[in-house]
Design a protein around this ligand. Structure first.
Ligand code: ZN
Length: 63
């Protein structure tokens, strides 16, 4: 199963197959699983993925 993870530190978005700890390849912080599915992710272009990461982090910090 492929999951979409977001880095709360630098808003990076990437896909990983399920595992416990997902370190960010950019800043090394622990990434968190997002609600985005792999299919939704594959429909997005790099710009949209970046915007998704930014939005996800904003929602996360606002609770
Ligand atoms: Zn990061």
């Amino acid at each position: 199963m492929i999951l979409v993870y977001v880095c709360p530190g630098c808003q990076a978005v990437r896909i990983v197959s399920r595992r416990k700890e997902v370190p960010c390849t950019v800043c090394g912080q622990k990434m968190e699983q997002s609600d985005l599915t792999f299919l939704e992710w594959s429909d997005m272009n790099p710009d949209e993925r970046q915007r998704y990461g930014v939005r996800w982090c904003a929602q996360r910090s606002s609770g």
